[in-house]
Ligand binder design. Structure first.
Ligand code: ZN
Length: 134
């Protein structure tokens, strides 16, 4: 998978080797870097042990380059968004949950859900019905 993942604000590459890197802050104000798998639907997360949180906590994600928030509160306060560019140079929005342990990710092109991932992905229909309206 040679997909690229970009910050929506500064369009810096957020993927290095096999990790997508975000800056993050927990509900309790703990800050740290978190590494996600670039494989959509793989929810393994790497971080240092002192970056602690509980399942169900809201975690804010930021671009580690420009520090812009990746959250999209205009759609939902618990969702965040980045850009993915696939091997064919097609650009998608990747929207994912900011709730620890919640597994839902959707791939969006031209305001339509192309693919969804994760056990909790069905919850996206609560936000968008047949498709996103923003
Ligand atoms: Zn950025």
């Amino acid at each position: 998978m040679k997909n690229r993942f970009l910050c929506p604000s500064c369009r810096s590459d957020l993927k290095i080797k096999n990790s997508v890197i975000f800056s993050a802050q927990t509900e309790n104000g703990i800050r740290g870097l978190v590494l996600f798998s670039p494989e959509l639907g793989n929810y393994s997360i790497l971080h240092v042990p002192s970056f602690t949180y509980n399942a169900g906590d809201h975690i804010d994600f930021f671009c580690p380059v420009c520090h812009a928030s990746l959250g999209i509160p205009e759609v939902n306060r618990d969702l965040a968004e980045i850009i993915m560019i696939d091997e064919k140079q097609v650009e998608y929005k990747i929207i994912f949950s900011e709730i620890a342990g919640k597994q839902c990710t959707v791939k969006i092109k031209e305001n339509t859900i192309v693919e969804s991932f994760g056990d909790d992905a069905g919850e996206f229909s609560n936000f968008w019905g047949v498709g996103p309206t923003y």
